[in-house]
Write a protein that binds this ligand. Structure first.
Ligand code: GLN
Length: 372
């Protein structure tokens, strides 16, 4: 069945429908990773977005049981050049089409994804929607111009109830703004005791769990659309070591008084070079973000830029001058992508260890001990 993709600027691409028969719409973005379509389409940070994959052949290793970043994908649509209907991989359980149909995610194949990417790269990300070829283009463009992109997608993808993944190591409270499972995996691999809580859990409720460290996850949308989370972080600053990834990084920046802005077309892919300012080392990183921390706004805060993107100078890492707080704009859990920066999870656990040691030897504790 033929299907078209219409952008809000009137550009039309005609291809073929696969996945759900339902037509859908969202913000059209592109990802330049050559592999990892399963992780990409199940990453909750893409909630409400239609993702174009620039690699031309998609679906060739099928869908397996292991590589999901969440059970319920929230991506609005998938746009590919060629959809492979006969996957070949020992882990494959079903085809991409079967999976998308089951999850009610519409997709299109057979369009020039390079051309689409070049349009987005020069004009910026745009709203778009799938439609039957018979429907008049003008009518669709008018509909697109009338619709606004959703706000506060975090509430749609965050866990509703808290849950625990037990371990005998450090106690981590992981605030789920739309967490990729990869983040949880990194902590369980290191034997941590992880309590995953919803985005609107208060600072008081979090501190009652007596965390050794608080992890702020990735998540969809504009960081400014979750003011309650910014307030929570403000109340946690200085009381517990904090590590932020992607949306978590942006929320730390806002909580400390810095600003964020929307990038023209964002960073989405598996090969984004980032330079660490302290060591001079360059890491290849996995990225998926449309917003970034405003560099010039950092001077009014106690935050310092620790890493930046070599492609365009975007702030990619932050550290706090006084507190045990740091964050990165990219994904050290990779999934998909290079694992160069995986050691950041060890750095966080070391930070927690240092904090615990300092607490154990600090003067007020000795006084308490003497009094009792
Ligand atoms: N992966 C993320 O956490 C993305 C953060 C934010 N939604 C952005 O697009 O910039």
């Amino acid at each position: 069945m033929k299907r078209k993709l219409v952008l809000e600027d009137g550009t039309v691409f005609t291809g073929y429908a696969f996945g759900s028969e339902r037509d859908g719409g969202g913000e059209v973005v592109f990802n330049t990773g050559m592999t990892g379509y399963q992780e990409i389409l199940s990453d909750p940070s893409y909630c409400g977005q239609m993702v174009t994959l620039t690699y031309p052949l998609i679906g060739n290793y099928g869908i397996n049981l292991d590589d999901f970043e969440t059970i319920q994908p929230s991506i609005a649509g998938l746009i590919v050049k060629e959809n492979c209907e006969l996957p070949s991989n020992f882990r494959s359980e079903e085809t991409l089409h079967q999976f998308l149909k089951k999850k009610d995610i519409p997709a299109i194949y057979g369009i020039d994804t390079r051309k689409l990417t070049k349009i987005i790269r020069s004009r910026g990300t745009m709203k778009g929607m799938f439609a039957p070829v018979e429907r008049p283009d003008l009518e669709i463009v008018q509909q697109l111009n009338k619709t606004t992109l959703p706000i506060n997608q975090v509430s749609q993808v965050s866990t509703v109830k808290p849950y625990v993944v037990p371990g005998r190591g450090h106690r981590i409270v992981l605030i789920d703004y739309g967490m990729k499972h990869g983040i949880l995996r990194e902590f369980t691999k290191r034997n941590c005791h992880v309590t995953v809580v919803s985005y609107d859990t208060t600072a008081e409720e979090i501190l009652q769990l007596k965390p050794d460290g608080v992890m702020l996850s990735n998540g969809p949308g504009n960081p400014k659309s979750v003011p309650e989370s910014i307030q929570t972080i403000q109340l946690l600053l200085g009381r517990v070591p904090i590590f932020g990834i992607c949306l978590g990084h942006q929320l730390i920046a806002l909580a400390c008084g810095a600003d964020t802005h929307k990038l023209v077309f964002g960073h989405r892919g598996s090969n984004h070079p980032v330079k660490d300012m302290e060591t001079g080392r360059v890491w290849m990183t996995s990225q998926n973000h449309g917003y970034a921390v405003e560099y010039s706004s950092l001077k009014q805060t106690e935050l310092e830029m620790s890493q930046y993107a070599l492609n365009d100078g975007t702030v990619e890492g932050l550290k706090h001058n006084h507190y045990r707080v740091f964050s990165v704009q990219y994904h050290p859990e990779s999934a998909p992508g290079p694992q160069d920066s995986n050691s950041l999870f060890d750095r966080f656990l070391q930070m927690i260890q240092d904090h615990k040691q300092e607490e154990a030897t600090s003067w007020p504790n000795v006084q308490t001990f003497i009094k009792s």
